[in-house]
Write a protein that binds this ligand. Structure first.
Ligand SMILES: Nc1ncnc2c1ncn2[C@@H]1O[C@H](COP(=O)(O)OP(=O)(O)OP(=O)(O)O)[C@@H](O)[C@H]1O
Length: 452
């Protein structure tokens, strides 16, 4: 290929090409048909520990390694397009091709694509990750809710919506707090949906429902055969699946203390190591967490790492309980409307006295429980559940309340709580999913209660 005229004046072509080759960081060597080195670049010279003059004219097998096949390629022999080659203790990956002039081979050129296999592996990791991100754009990990699904009106809910919008605009961790059933998962979905990561995966993990010994593998993935029962090809963890998008760690307060250090490292350094893996994998994950446990208190009690708490609690969103809200009637109407519109549940009139009963219930399971009670009522006209669960103030002479008169309030409540949960489990014949629904709590919360 001739030099362009505008470039050629005053330039020595061969000299210029030499310089170009010397600037290539990969190792390059060219031989004639006799296998003698005719050109070798600075990178290769550095690797071999000499100057070009030391090598030019010598047979390539003496210069590089007796295992090279470059001289054979220069004689027209076909060898693999890319082959591993060890040179002075360095693991190279060599590509060797013949050089033609007028249909005739005049020599061969060998390029060590990477100066060592580690660099190649690192490059392959980056490539695999990019590919994973592209694949993840068609991920099954998507959100189910948007900000419009958060039902409510008035100052309190408007403030929540503002917090969500602010959180969405900043690429920082968020802790979403609130009692069970207040819509923490809804809020996490909404943040992701409104954020620049909306088209990327939204991956959720419930830290309370994964057995403790599997949390690491679930979050960080594992290499093939790293533990009994592991898949032979290994498996990416939730951090890798969420790369480019958002990872929602629900019930973060249930994360065992001894596993919090690796979580901190992952959030802080954006880097994970698979269980059984040897090298870190870079990720790009925005972390949202939710909890109904008092994290700050847990930090003080030494049950949650302070460094992790501060790293996660950069932004916060608080979902109010039904008791704190000032839009109960609006909420009831909208939930009925939603059940009708979304699930085709026929409407049934709610008399003022029924409304009153609804209003005076304390709704420990919040919107989830309210929605379930409304559904039960719409389907069967049944309000008995509400009466059973009613914890509105009772008259002091009620015998059941003081039947264990030597108990303190806490102890009594604890007993009631246990009995209440046991009744739900019994009533559903041990079906935890239905029992949780009856109690107006999530399955994970029920499991935690049982464990307690
Ligand atoms: N503000 C809300 N507006 C509309 N629906 C809501 C709201 N809050 C909760 N819900 C309903 O309650 C269900 C439970 O909500 P969600 O799972 O977000 O609660 P949560 O606070 O994450 O509960 P938990 O702590 O038990 O996991 C939702 O599927 C939704 O139907």
């Amino acid at each position: 290929m001739p030099f362009p005229e505008w470039f050629g004046s005053g330039q020595n072509e061969a000299d210029f090409l030499r310089r170009v080759l010397d600037h290539v960081s990969d190792c390059l060597v060219a031989v004639d048909t006799a296998g003698r080195v005719v050109l070798i670049n600075a990178s290769y010279c550095r690797l071999l520990g000499g100057q070009a003059e030391d090598f030019i004219g010598r047979h390539v097998t003496e210069v590089v390694t007796h295992k090279t096949k470059l001289h054979l390629v220069a004689q027209g022999q076909a060898v693999g397009a890319v082959s591993p080659l060890e040179v002075r203790g360095h693991q190279l990956l060599a590509r060797q091709v013949p050089v033609y002039q007028d249909d005739q081979i005049i020599g061969a050129v060998g390029v060590a694509l990477f100066s060592d296999l580690e660099s190649l592996k690192r490059a392959a990791d980056v490539f695999a990750q990019d590919a994973a991100i592209i694949r993840n754009t068609q991920t099954p990990w998507t959100t189910s809710y948007r900000i419009g699904d958060i039902v409510g009106q008035g100052k309190i809910i408007e403030a929540v919506r503002t917090q969500i919008r602010q959180a969405a605009s900043l690429n920082l961790p968020v802790v979403i707090t609130g009692e069970t059933g207040t819509g923490k998962e809804l809020a996490a979905n909404a943040i992701h949906e409104l954020s620049p990561r909306a088209k990327r995966p939204f991956v959720w993990v419930n830290c309370a429902s994964i057995p403790e010994n599997l949390i690491d593998a679930e979050l960080f993935g594992y290499e093939g055969g790293s533990f009994t029962g592991a898949r032979s090809r290994g498996k990416p963890g939730k951090f890798e699946l969420a790369s480019g998008g958002t990872l929602f760690l629900d019930e973060i307060g249930d994360m065992p203390l001894h596993l919090q250090a690796s979580l901190l490292r992952a959030v802080q350094n954006q880097e994970i190591v698979r269980v059984g893996g040897t090298s870190p994998v870079k990720v790009d994950v925005r972390v949202l967490c939710a909890t109904n446990l008092p994290l700050e208190k847990m930090v003080r009690a030494g049950k949650f790492r302070a460094d992790l708490y501060f790293r996660l609690n950069v932004l916060s969103v608080h979902m109010p309980s039904v008791r704190e809200r000032e839009d109960f009637d609006f909420l009831v109407d909208k939930l009925i409307e939603r059940l009708h519109r979304r699930d085709g549940i026929p409407s049934r009139p709610l008399t003022p006295s029924m409304r009153e009963r609804f209003r005076h219930f304390t709704w420990p399971g919040n919107v989830r429980q309210l929605e379930a009670a409304l559904l039960r009522y719409l389907v069967s006209g049944d309000l008995s559940g509400l009466a059973d669960e009613d914890n509105s103030p009772k008259t002091p002479d009620e015998p059941s309340l003081f039947s264990h008169s030597n108990m303190g309030l806490q102890e009594h409540l604890e007993q009631e709580r246990k009995a209440f949960i046991a009744r739900a489990i019994q009533a559903t014949g041990g079906n935890k999913e239905r029992a949780a629904e009856m109690l107006g709590i999530s399955r994970a919360t029920l499991y935690r209660e049982i464990k307690r």
